[in-house]
Design a binder for this molecule. Structure first.
Ligand SMILES: *[C@@H]1O[C@H](CO)[C@@H](O)[C@H](O)[C@H]1NC(C)=O
Ligand SMILES: *[C@@H]1O[C@H](CO)[C@@H](O)[C@H](O)[C@H]1NC(C)=O
Length: 184
């Protein structure tokens, strides 16, 4: 049994390396991510709350004419697993294309959870020297960096500070709550 687990783990890390990117394996190599994805979802303290963005009040959300809603998850997890959860709900970690959407997310999250400070949004550098990108493939046409950000090297993922709406670079293995954009 132990040998089998070890084999699975070794195969897993080799394939992650061949692709040349880092994955959640780097964050917690011993855990089987599929299993822990299940158990995290069943955790009762996890709050996840959806809210549609009123497209009449916020005409341009950056997804063309498609209607979407935002879903906030209060359980802290690393960037990769957060994005996996968003995909599970047929969405992505949120991209933000203007200050209105930035404000909307800031106010929505602070209203539903007054303790949260940083949340993952879908902006990431694939490698140290790569440009920042939105994980949903849309153009990174708006940013709201805090002073001294974005950082490079080890801080390749992005979190929004709910207290001031500014963006900060984080290590992708940091564990934070997160927000997904999901299409209807
Ligand atoms: C989100 O909440 C629903 C119930 O509203 C629950 O069934 C689901 O497991 C939760 N998902 C996560 C990732 O916490
Ligand atoms: C999520 O991102 C993928 C690309 O990574 C894209 O094809 C898909 O349309 C996105 N979904 C949403 C709801 O934005």
């Amino acid at each position: 049994m132990f040998t089998l687990l070890l084999m699975v783990f070794l195969v897993g890390s080799v394939s992650a390396q061949t692709i040349g990117e880092d994955y959640e394996d780097d964050c917690d190599a011993q855990e089987n991510t599929e299993t822990s994805l299940q158990s995290e979802g069943n955790s009762e303290e996890c709050q996840n709350i959806s809210m549609a963005l009123d497209t009449t009040a916020y005409p341009k959300i950056g997804l063309g004419d498609e209607r979407c809603y935002y879903r906030f998850f209060s359980c802290s997890t690393n960037f990769y697993r957060a994005q996996k959860w968003c995909r599970h709900y047929h969405g992505n970690l949120s991209s933000i294309h203007n200050i209105n959407t930035n404000n909307f997310i800031e106010h929505f999250v602070s209203r539903v959870n007054r303790h949260v400070r940083f949340i993952w949004i879908g902006v990431r550098r694939n490698g140290w020297t790569c440009p920042l990108r939105n994980v949903d493939g849309s153009r990174l046409d708006f940013t709201n960096w805090a002073w001294g950000n974005p950082k490079n090297f080890l801080h390749r993922c992005t979190a929004l500070n709910i207290r001031n709406g500014k963006w900060y670079s984080f290590h992708c293995c940091a564990r934070l709550p997160y927000i997904c954009t999901i299409r209807y």
